[in-house]
Design a protein around this ligand. Structure first.
Ligand code: SF4
Ligand code: SF4
Length: 442
């Protein structure tokens, strides 16, 4: 089976971000850089660095397959210089196995893992506004995605599990592998994590969203962080949108700190969150509103820059949603982008970010405990865990299914990936949104 077809069949999607199907990123010819994103710049999450340290061979082989398939001139794994275990493990394998892959050591700043920041730091090229790395001859995948690529191509193993870190205000942070569809509340109970009267964040403290115990783990879950309701990583996420907009009008002092520290603005993109805040606050003009489409939602403005505890990030997310519904796209004629000379010294040191967000006390290693020891009695698998069309269920209530079996398909003319049973069991429910499997052992 051809590589693209294989990845589609095996359900490989970006394991971070929006879950763009990996096969659809691949292009043969014209690729200068195939980049593995191992920066993992969100505080308290350890998935990428643990996978690199524990499974360097799989990551390198996954990357090598895609380098060869696309014909990329260079393959690079970008990770922070402080990830000593991962660096050592990758270097040992590079020496022993002779892959033509380079390691690129990044500084400890946020957001080192923003793919446009990373592409610029490695290639010296700026991805155009509203564009993708392919436009400057680069493709970027995250580390777990490459692990899944290896599994799909060499082992014929589809994506049935997700590596996640469970951390924050917990006794023992851990990174582990969890079947897709596992209920979050069940998992936390299984791990003995006290989450009652606390808040669960799906993802990191900067870009993650508040989740609830009844939601399932998906192919996109980056981690589960537990915090008290009063914790600063939580409060801004809990504010209503109405309150966020009201405060933009009342309290924005137009200091421009959000703009001057915005990583996309610093790359030369025309994104000025301070102007967007002025626009939504006073409805002076709509000229700046479309700039929200250039926001990568990194959270620098919200968690670090704004002296008034405002959230340009959430304002941008709300505007993006409205513009998407209206079918508005960001179109620019601009071709030259000049990064700010101040860019290097405006990068946010991760240590300062952790102090600002009061995360230091929770900053402990979440080592990976490998194995298939998480066995939920039931899984609820969403049909849409990727960019594109949802999978259409092919498994019906009453069907016996095996772990790894296809239970939902996306037709070939649509963007999307098949989904698979993550446990052995019997389908008890299926509709256009989800498929529920009751485990054999329950
Ligand atoms: S979240 Fe804020 S800092 Fe980050 S890209 Fe968007 S506007 Fe810029
Ligand atoms: S940093 Fe805050 S107060 Fe300053 S311009 Fe931006 S939103 Fe307004």
């Amino acid at each position: 089976m051809e590589v693209r077809e294989k990845l589609r069949e095996m359900g490989v999607v970006g394991a971070g971000g929006a879950g763009f199907p990996t096969y659809a990123k691949l292009k043969q010819g014209g690729i200068d850089y195939y980049i593995a994103n191992g920066a993992e710049c969100e505080p308290l999450l350890d998935v990428s660095k643990e996978i690199m340290a524990r499974f360097p061979d799989k990551v390198l082989k996954g990357l090598n397959h895609l380098k060869n398939y696309t014909g990329a001139n260079n393959a690079v794994i970008a990770l922070k210089g402080k990830y000593k275990n991962a660096l050592k493990a990758l270097n040992n394998n590079l020496v022993n196995k002779g892959f033509d892959i380079k390691l690129f050591e990044m500084g400890d700043f946020f957001p080192a893992g923003d793919e446009q920041v990373m592409v610029h730091d490695i290639t010296g090229r700026v991805v155009p506004e509203g564009g993708i790395p392919l436009l400057v001859g680069a493709i970027v995948n995250n580390i777990e995605t490459l692990y899944n690529v290896y599994n799909a191509i060499e082992e014929n193993i589809p994506v049935t599990d997700k590596f996640i870190t469970v951390g924050g205000d917990v006794k023992n942070p851990i990174t582990l592998k969890v079947p897709v569809g596992t209920q979050i509340g069940w998992l936390l109970d299984f791990l003995g994590v006290d989450y009652k009267n606390k808040v669960i964040i799906d993802g990191g403290p900067m870009m993650g969203n508040i989740s609830d115990p009844t939601s399932p783990i998906t192919k996109l879950t980056g981690g589960l962080l537990i915090f008290s309701k009063q914790h600063p990583a939580v409060t801004v996420k809990e504010s209503s949108l109405e309150y966020i907009f009201k405060m933009a009008r009342i309290a924005c002092i137009q200091c421009r700190y959000c703009t001057e520290q915005c990583p996309r603005y610093l790359l030369g993109h025309d994104l000025q969150p301070s102007k967007i805040m002025l626009t939504v606050g006073f409805r002076l003009t709509n000229n700046y509103i479309k700039q929200a489409l250039l926001c990568c939602e990194c959270g620098v403005c919200e968690a670090y820059s704004c002296p008034q505890q405002l959230s340009p990030r959430r304002v941008n997310i709300a505007i993006k949603k409205e513009l998407a519904q209206a079918g508005v796209k960001y179109i620019t004629e601009k071709v030259d982008f000049t990064p700010s000379e101040a860019r290097d010294w405006r990068k946010i040191p991760t240590g300062r970010l952790k102090t600002r967000l009061q995360l230091t006390e929770f900053d402990r290693p979440a080592l990976l405990v490998d194995g298939d020891f998480v066995k939920p009695p039931e899984v609820c698998i969403p049909t849409k865990q990727h960019t594109g069309a949802p999978a259409v269920p092919v498994a019906r209530p009453g069907d016996k299914v095996q772990r790894g079996q296809i239970i939902g398909k996306v037709s070939e003319d649509k963007l999307g990936c098949h989904i698979h049973a993550s446990i052995d069991g019997t389908v008890t429910y299926s509709d256009k949104d989800k498929i529920i499997i009751r485990g054999e052992e329950s």
